[in-house]
Write a protein that binds this ligand. Structure first.
Ligand code: NAD
Ligand code: GLY
Length: 372
């Protein structure tokens, strides 16, 4: 068994582990012994992850005495949709799953969110396990039980808080992750520094390049630190009644950018979050909450790691339309009584939830980053 970290996630009425180790994929079966309600495990991954990593997981499950099966869905954000959810549920039900069947999500955040939601609603609730294989999923989406799909109304608009029985991450899977996805996932790591941990941000300023170069110690530290930060926030506020909302730093802008690009390959979630963090800091400066020097420090860090400083050119050739972006923010789950609510910064490492941010100020920020 590889060297492994075991980070507990405490939730009301229970606890589940995050196991993090290099090369633990083949041990997932052994690690799950005694943790599942039954012997049947359906492993669900996407069509890019399947050929890379399904085999060691299935083999390990069978060797540990489980009866494993495998299903594949198309890779990409498009699988977080009503259609993909329905196809997955119909396939599972056609295979006569029962309440003791466990679903195992093997893949990135798309697979984790889709499979977790399917587990929440199939037969009114099946056990599920997260085996995240992207940096984004390892540092964020696999932990904390947010599951769901995108709808015409926007990003993650239908879903459930539904916790896994365990999260098992093998940092070796990141060796095959394309650099663009590694960089996208890093945005969610950066978020933990910016929202409440200035010392971690300073560490990232020193070590961010090593993380993106997949230097084992730096990568391992960044993942473990992020998982601990996420576990602490989820333990304090599982259902996002308070502090958990701060995890949405950069996401109000980011989700609007994703909505406008149609959730395709043009702009990945983490890329939208990185741009959203720049915008959130700029908005905080415009509202007089945050020193300009802190926003500049965030910009410098992102520039040094090669993130675009302004909105990328749209495939359509059209300009980013600030009115469309403002409209896309109207359905944001943090809004209340029709007022736009943002996670804003008082400085690096200190964030607040701010309601009633005027459209005019948001528009000026969007235009500063290249929107029309
Ligand atoms: P993803 O799941 O689409 O994975 C990115 C790409 O990498 C896919 O093409 C996938 O096939 C491929 N891939 C996955 N693992 C690989 C590996 N090891 N080697 C090679 N290729 C691999 O995207 P993502 O960035 O992991 O997740 C984004 C999603 O996560 C978004 O939908 C976002 O809304 C969601 N999210 C959810 C939460 C949450 O708390 N539930 C938090 C953050 C983000
Ligand atoms: N990624 C945001 C959350 O888990 O709350």
């Amino acid at each position: 068994m590889p060297v492994m970290l075991d980070i507990p996630v405490n939730i009301p009425g229970g606890q589940y582990p995050i196991f993090l180790g290099e090369g633990l994929l083949g041990d997932v079966g052994t690690l799950l012994q005694g943790r599942l309600p039954g012997k049947r495990v359906v492993v669900i991954s996407d069509d890019l992850v399947s050929p890379l990593y399904a085999s060691p997981v299935l083999h390990g499950l069978n060797a540990a005495g489980f009866a494993s099966e495998h299903l594949t869905v198309p890779a990409g954000e498009g699988s977080k949709s009503w259609d993909a959810l329905q196809r997955l549920l119909d396939t599972l039900l056609a295979r006569t799953i029962d309440r003791k069947t466990t679903l195992l999500a093997l893949g990135g955040g798309v697979i984790g969110d889709l499979v977790g939601f399917a587990a929440a609603i199939a037969l009114r609730g099946l056990s599920f396990v997260q085996v995240p294989t992207t940096l984004l999923a390892q540092v964020d989406s696999s932990v904390g039980g947010k599951t769901g799909i995108n709808t015409a109304a926007g990003k993650n608009m239908v879903g459930a808080f539904y916790q896994p029985l365990a999260v098992m991450m093998d940092s070796a899977t990141l060796s095959t992750l394309p650099p663009r996805h590694l960089q996208a996932g890093y945005a969610e790591i950066l978020k933990y520094g910016l929202l409440g941990d200035a010392a971690f941000f300073a560490w990232l300023e020193e070590n961010g390049k090593a993380v993106l170069a997949r230097t084992p110690n730096a990568l391992h530290h960044a993942i473990a630190h992020s998982c601990r930060a996420k576990a602490a926030i989820v333990a304090a506020d599982e259902k996002e009644q308070g502090v958990r909302a701060l995890l949405n730093l950069g996401h109000t802008f980011g989700h609007a950018l994703e909505a406008v690009t149609g959730y395709g390959d043009q702009l990945h979630h983490g890329e939208a979050v990185a741009m959203g963090c720049r915008m959130a800091f700029q908005l905080s400066v415009s509202l007089g909450l945050c020193p300009a020097s802190d926003a500049q420090r965030v910009e410098r860090h992102l520039n040094a790691l090669g993130y675009p400083a302004t909105l990328p050119t749209l495939v359509s050739g059209q300009a980013w339309d600030s009115e469309r972006l403002l409209q896309a923010m109207e359905g944001d789950k943090k809004n209340s009584h029709g007022q736009k609510t943002f996670v804003l910064a008082k400085g690096i490492g200190e964030t607040v939830l701010q309601a009633g941010v005027p459209d005019e100020t948001v528009r000026t920020v969007l235009q500063r980053f290249g929107a029309s």
